[in-house]
Design a protein around this ligand. Structure first.
Ligand code: NAD
Ligand code: ZN
Length: 457
């Protein structure tokens, strides 16, 4: 094995060790259902039913960790990861596993502890052992050793592994960095059968995903998220880079082949980033899963401190909401727009406040403002505003716009920005509005007067 690092790039090559199965996931298309897989044999009636983040645990029991109403078919899978790892002589892993439907091929989201060091076990269906792999990682993660751990694990399966660092921060979602990464892909010998693995938060996921979507007209892509917010970003296949004129203006739908979420990496995440990620989970609770909202309320402090087991459960439940919605509407032709709760106002705040707020903080303010709009329209009870505000405060997120954004000139600017929203038709003011916990409604055109009043509240 050779191993050297220079200029943020780590190169390693190992002798090829084992062979794996079919490189391609099934292209089964969408049937409007996201499935959770528990890896167990089917129950007596041949089907395991019910909604639940299925947990593979050392005792071999799949627990229903979700009390949300509804019913789904849970696909019975081949041997469990536990069984496979036992066969390989490795310790069992305790994972939540869910499945997302995508036209290009369904994919698994695997959530658990210590997955980085065992990553090779999950790549079996991703690519054959002779595929070249390029890990693109957030340079800030090198000190924690995550890229090295992942690379070592993947070298158990793949013979050609390269890793390249991406500078930390939003500015890396650029054409300049994309061009540099294309050059790295070529230098690493990537071809159409190769795999790009994104290790980092939403920035790396979006940038590496964009490169994977476009290099040689699209190659395989795996997301290994390391921020809480990236649970939202890593599912659904949207990848993008920014232009000087605005965020995410150049992009594609390019679903990953696998999302591998090691919650242990979240231990090093600054608490402000944890709060930011919780905003998206609270959003998922409001739009679709009141039980998730209550789960966050019940464990707010432990989640802020990064408790791995509760974080894994939170992620499983929140990812399930996203998985359900993008499985129903992969290309955002309708339903998927509800994921924009809080974002119409939130994006305008981010644009005007020039980096003063995290994405989650801006979305938090947006969700409260949009709930106020719903109350003014008679769609929601006034108590819904305080219910949401209280939970946001507990996870240290703001509810109210700063005074600097509440004067008449700032409100005009915020509204002008909202009219540029991608969902605006003829510069209308479109909003996703909460009606109650678990239920939202899309309103394509809300009156400017009501929006102004809610912003000033
Ligand atoms: N594609 C989508 O559907 C989608 C959805 C939501 C957001 N996004 C995008 O995601 C981006 C924001 O993502 P983000 O909040 O993850 O930001 P990020 O990737 O910039 O990460 C936030 C910060 O955390 C650091 N970090 C990451 N993992 C860490 C770890 N384990 N320990 C310590 N520090 C760590 C990073 O270096 C960075 O400083 C935005 O560009 C946004 O547009 C995309
Ligand atoms: Zn968001």
């Amino acid at each position: 094995m050779t191993d050297h690092a220079e200029n943020g790039r780590i190169e390693r090559s190992t002798p090829q060790s084992n062979d794996v199965n079919s490189p391609d996931g099934d292209a089964t298309g969408m049937n409007g259902r996201a499935e959770r897989s528990d890896g167990r044999a089917p129950s007596a009636n041949g089907r395991a039913e019910g909604v639940g983040a299925q947990v593979e645990n050392p005792a071999g029991q799949a627990e229903n960790a979700n009390d949300r109403p509804g019913s789904q078919t849970v696909r019975a899978m081949e041997p469990t990861d536990r069984a496979k790892s036992a066969a390989a002589g490795s310790p069992p892993l305790h994972v939540h596993r869910l499945r997302v439907k995508a036209a290009a091929g369904d994919y698994d989201v695997v959530i658990g502890s210590h997955l980085l060091a065992a990553a090779d076990r999950f790549f079996e269906g991703v690519a054959s052992a002779d595929a070249a792999v390029l890990i693109i990682f957030d340079e800030a993660l090198a000190t924690a050793g995550y890229p090295q751990t992942l690379q070592t694990a993947l070298s158990q399966r793949f013979s050609s592994i390269h890793a390249v660092a991406l500078p930390t921060g939003e500015t890396s979602k650029s054409l300049l960095q994309a061009e540099r990464l294309y050059a790295e892909c070529l230098a690493a010998g990537l071809d159409r059968k190769s795999v790009i693995v994104a290790l980092g938060g939403g920035v790396v996921g979006d940038a590496a995903g964009f490169v994977a979507a476009t290099f040689m007209r699209g190659i395989r892509f795996v997301q290994v998220p390391t921020t809480l917010l990236a649970h939202d970003a890593s599912i659904g296949g949207k990848v993008a880079i920014n232009l000087p004129q605005g965020k995410n203006l150049v992009g594609a739908f390019h679903p990953p082949r696998l999302v591998l979420y090691d919650v242990e990496t979240l231990r090093t995440l600054p608490s402000a980033e944890r709060s930011s990620g919780l905003a998206e989970a609270i959003k998922h609770g409001i739009i679709r899963d009141p039980g998730l909202f209550e789960f966050i309320a019940a464990h707010a402090e432990a989640l802020l401190e990064g408790d791995p087991s509760l974080t894994a459960e939170l992620l499983a439940r929140s990812c399930q909401v996203k998985a359900d919605i993008v499985s129903l509407d992969e290309r955002e032709s309708g339903l998927r727009a509800i994921l924009n709760l809080g974002h119409t106002v939130g994006h305008a705040v981010e644009a005007l406040a020039y980096g003063a707020y995290s994405h989650g903080a801006a979305v938090a303010m947006g969700m409260v403002c949009e709930t106020r709009i719903a109350v003014r329209l008679g769609l929601a009870q006034p108590e819904l505003v305080s219910t949401i505000q209280q939970l946001l405060a507990r996870v240290r997120l703001p509810s109210d716009l700063p005074n600097s954004l509440k004067n008449a000139a700032a409100i005009d600017e915020l509204i002008a920005h909202m009219r540029l929203d991608k969902k605006a038709i003829a510069r209308s003011l479109p909003f996703v509005l909460p009606e109650s916990l678990g239920s939202v409604r899309f309103m394509p055109a809300v009156s400017e007067q009501i929006v102004m009043e809610a912003l000033a509240d």
